[in-house]
Design a protein around this ligand. Structure first.
Ligand code: BES
Ligand code: MN
Ligand code: ZN
Length: 501
């Protein structure tokens, strides 16, 4: 979908040639009503009380006088905040999702727009029209092709607009791979997608197979892959946007392309949804796609351990003990707690990049779905600064997370008589005990873990990937790049300029 950012006064908005016009109407009324057709329509509606205050209330008009567009839809945008704009655009674009609507005018000119609200509008419009067609070509790609975003001062929100478009690319890349059924998204296919991203000048991709992973001593990752006929892949991507000496952020994505549970097999109901168990990996790929487009000045490494978790004669068995790359031994008490078993070796591998931070992203536990539902991802980190930076990035990008505790007492249940640790504790606090397991491999790395089991996809009638947490991750990386720029500036100023006394 193309987006165009344009200066549109209310008068120009009414005259815009498009199939439908979606006008965001803030609750606050203007001090002086304009005399153009749009301002007059809104004034009449406000006076009659025909569009309730609040967010996402809709009023659809057909061929109202003074407008070029046949369909004009007014939608309440409350206080005009990014969160309100997002809800309003989602509802409005959803309502206008009809075959005849190819070109949409999205009018933000009746309110003050900001980088954040423009970005929210772009993301919500793309989200409301996304369609997966790879294995269902008959679903026909969305009919909405072109969105003209009308604001009062395009220059002041250009950055939000560009970021929004990059986020959309990243989110749609992640959705595409996460939505693919497991037979269309094997570890080898994910690796091919990563290799393709490596064609961008700023991205390098390397793919390791079983032999190399064995040579690295990743006994824990290897154990999970043992039951599958599909060979494992360990994907290493590097985006170079910053100075060579600048320490990278490492993103580690869980890439289980299908999770049957292995010998500790899952019940049949909804097992199909375990094709989404590579949502963390998809979010790393999507973030790299967005980086290639946005080119922020930062270095980023993406690590994706990817395999299937299958039951088989060769599969790892409950009680088996394996040696991880870190040297720590693990008693695999439940083969369905496989995510932590592939991530732990990737975390050990991450240390070689001397990273400024390591963030793993994983559909790790059903317990996190119980704790936080589908609204916020679980955020775990022993570092307050890193946790705050990620939480703030999520807030800014409208991709929320919530910090969870990591008290050492939560690790008690991981004790084993036969290995350095077991891979599961009891049912209580399952999302936290999983994070405590990972923490044993993060050592002194500045590490954070995002459990996206509840947020990476939706079930039911709207079944599909959400592309989360690409918006959060990209925002975090943009924030880190900005931080670098701010701290390196004073140096430049003193060396580059001669000061007058
Ligand atoms: N991929 C699942 C987690 C999951 C389950 C995500 C349901 C979304 C919905 C993970 O590999 C898993 O099976 N975790 C187990 C861990 C348990 C055996 C300690 C779980 O959550 O039940
Ligand atoms: Mn599992
Ligand atoms: Zn899993």
């Amino acid at each position: 979908m193309d987006f165009e950012l344009k200066s549109l006064s209310p008068t120009q908005a009414a005259q815009l040639a498009c199939d439908a016009l979606l006008v965001l109407v803030p609750d606050a009324r203007p001090a002086v009503e304009g005399t153009d057709a749009l301002s007059q329509l809104v004034a009449r509606v406000n006076k009659a009380g025909d569009l309730e205050a609040g967010v996402a209330k809709l009023l659809a008009c057909y061929r109202p006088e003074g407008f070029k567009a046949a369909r004009v839809c007014l939608v309440r945008a409350g206080d005009g905040s990014a969160a309100s704009v997002r809800k309003a655009v989602a509802a409005g674009v959803g309502a206008l999702r009809q075959p005849g609507v190819q070109r949409l005018g999205l009018v933000l000119s009746l309110m003050d727009s900001s980088d954040a609200s423009v970005r929210a509008a772009v993301q919500a419009a793309a989200d409301a029209t996304y369609t997966f067609t790879t294995t269902k070509p008959s679903a026909k790609a969305r009919s909405l092709r072109h969105v003209v975003l009308g604001v009062n001062q395009p220059a002041s929100v250009r950055q939000g607009f560009e970021t929004g478009k990059a986020v959309v690319s990243g989110v749609e890349f992640a959705k595409e791979w996460a939505n693919r059924p497991a037979n269309h998204a094997t570890p080898s296919m994910l690796a091919d997608a990563a290799r393709k991203l490596g064609r961008h000048a700023s991205i390098k991709t390397e793919v390791l197979g079983p032999k190399q992973v064995e040579a690295l001593g990743m006994g824990s990752f290897l154990a999970v892959a043992k039951g599958s006929a599909e060979p494992l892949r360990f994907i290493v991507m590097q985006y170079s946007g910053g100075a060579k000496s600048s320490a990278p952020v490492v993103l580690v994505g869980k890439g289980i392309t299908f999770d049957t549970g292995g010998i500790s097999i899952k019940p049949a109901a909804e097992m199909d949804e375990m094709k989404f168990d590579m949502g963390g990996a998809a979010s790393v790929l999507g973030t790299f796609a967005a980086l290639a487009e946005l080119q922020p000045a930062i270095n980023v490494v993406g690590l994706i351990p990817s395999c299937e978790n299958m039951p088989d004669g060769l599969a790892v068995k409950p009680g088996d003990v394996v040696t991880s790359m870190s040297g720590q031994t693990i008693e695999i008490l439940n083969t369905d707690a496989e995510g932590r078993l592939i991530l732990c070796d990737a975390l050990t591998y991450a240390a070689r990049f001397k990273p400024r931070s390591v963030v793993d992203i994983a559909t790790l536990t059903g317990a996190c779905v119980i704790a936080l539902g589908g609204v916020r991802s679980g955020l775990f980190s022993p570092r307050d600064d890193l946790a705050q930076a990620l939480q703030a990035a999520g807030d800014a990008a409208q991709d929320l997370c919530w910090r969870m505790p990591l008290d050492d007492e939560y690790a008690e249940g991981l004790k084993s008589n036969f290995a350095d640790m077991g891979n599961v504790a009891g049912r209580a606090g399952g999302a936290i005990t999983a994070a405590k397991f990972l923490q044993k491999f993060a050592n002194d790395l500045p590490w954070a873990h995002l459990d996206i089991a509840g947020t990476a996809w939706k079930g039911g009638a709207a079944k599909g990937s959400t592309g989360r947490p690409v918006p959060l991750l990209l925002q975090y990386l943009i924030d880190q790049a900005a931080l670098d720029a701010a701290t390196s500036k004073p140096k430049k100023a003193t060396t580059g300029r001669t000061r007058k006394a």
